[in-house]
Design a binder for this molecule. Structure first.
Ligand code: ADP
Ligand code: MG
Length: 372
């Protein structure tokens, strides 16, 4: 077990005309480990962080900082990387990216397969799960059956599902205090290309479901988990995972619209992100009770917040004077999160031979013991 602080980064996305005026000196990076922000009242706040990516940063330069997490995963340690920030600040760009400019998720999958190919002392199976949390309910983005479990048919009908008609998944806590999503689909993939095709279908599901609710996908938290199951010649096995999370927009949702549905969503987003902040504060003040259980997001992220996983938080910032308040809020959260210490530990390597479905198995196959 090794004590290790969550690595906290910021990434400032390039300015766009739609951002409106921007006083460029309101955000500056005196070093790549320090960011200074000027508040609306003209006060300068300095935040020392693990790394600051400026507007010229590339997907590849950001990904360099994720690679060490993948090495840890192959040593049997769990890891979590998550993006935080207001809607439009670059969370999905950073986490998912586009076909022509891929983000952390496709790069991590490619890098895992590349690394695994180099390992000739073990057999490795890579699988993934992909869920979203919307209004404090967990939905399986691989679940295309519109309410009746895993059908194997991964496509929605043309009109798409009503978000509320989807199957809601429960969270369970095992004897060791690990939170797992019950009945979630875990799919074995044998190549980055196969992953990409399945991921794109699931990501489109998130979009369709959220469009039916008349809003962008920025109102849900999306949690992709990659599982690595390793088996050595002596039959011993080890499992680890990396959880890659694109959080809902952290803007003040009380200000967005006033219809009842929107307000319910807003309060759920506010509650989950404010619980996230409360959890961080509770950890930092050594509180006797850490309120992980107050919402599903913090239960799922528990491992990364004062738990045993290696953690990387990327706080995304949108340039533009209208975002100043949000920027200070995001950086305040970043600064608090950077104090959180995890007791990073390696998962047990078990000597018992566990039968695992071969990578070529189709359709989706649940791995024994795989958890979210
Ligand atoms: P969020 O997920 O935080 O709501 P997005 O990732 O969707 O924000 O980004 C909003 C817009 O800004 C998108 O059009 C995206 O392509 C663009 N964008 C975000 N970050 C960058 C970046 N680092 N470089 C270029 N474009 C970016
Ligand atoms: Mg987004």
């Amino acid at each position: 077990m090794r004590k290790s602080n969550i690595q906290v980064h910021v990434r400032i996305r390039p300015h766009k005309p739609s951002d409106g005026p921007w006083r460029e000196d309101s955000l500056s990076l005196p070093s790549n480990r320090t960011i200074v922000a000027i508040s609306e009242k003209g006060r300068a706040f300095t935040y020392p962080l693990s790394h600051c990516h400026d507007t010229d940063s590339t997907q590849s330069s950001v990904f360099e900082h994720v690679e060490p997490l993948l090495d840890k995963v192959l040593e049997g340690t769990n890891a979590t990387a998550f993006c935080y920030g207001v809607t439009g600040s670059g969370k999905t760009h950073t986490m998912q990216g586009t076909d022509s400019d891929p983000g952390i998720i496709p790069r991590a999958v490619q890098a895992l397969f590349d690394r695994v190919e180099e390992l000739d002392d073990r057999t490795t199976v890579i699988s993934f799960s992909f869920v979203e949390i919307l209004k404090d309910e967990v939905y399986d983005l691989q679940d295309a059956s519109n309410g009746s479990g895993n059908s194997g048919n991964r496509r929605w009908s043309n009109s798409g599902p009503k978000a509320e008609q989807r199957r809601k998944l429960d969270l369970r806590t095992d004897g060791k205090g690990n939170n797992t999503v019950a009945n979630m689909q875990t799919t074995v993939v044998s190549s980055p290309e196969e992953f990409r095709d399945l991921y794109n279908i699931a990501a489109a599901t998130r979009k369709v479901a959220s469009t039916n609710l008349n809003h962008g996908s920025s109102r849900s938290h999306a949690i992709l988990t990659l599982y690595v199951h390793m088996e050595w010649e002596d039959g011993s096995t080890q499992q680890s995972k990396i959880c890659l999370t694109d959080l809902a927009g952290s803007e003040n949702n009380n200000l967005t619209g006033n219809d009842a549905e929107r307000m319910r969503e807003s309060s759920a987003i506010n509650k989950s992100l404010s619980t996230l902040k409360t959890v961080v504060d509770a950890i930092n003040t050594n509180a006797s009770r850490i309120p992980y259980r107050d919402c599903k997001l913090t239960r799922i992220l528990q491992d990364a917040l004062g738990g045993t996983a290696a953690g990387l938080l990327i706080c995304c910032l949108a340039p533009g004077n209208k975002f100043t308040k949000d920027t200070i809020n995001t950086l305040t959260f970043a600064s608090k999160a950077s104090q959180v210490e995890n007791a990073v530990s390696t998962n047990e390597r078990t000597a018992r031979r566990v039968s695992v479905a071969p990578p070529a198995a189709r359709p989706s196959t649940a791995l024994p013991g795989a958890r979210a």
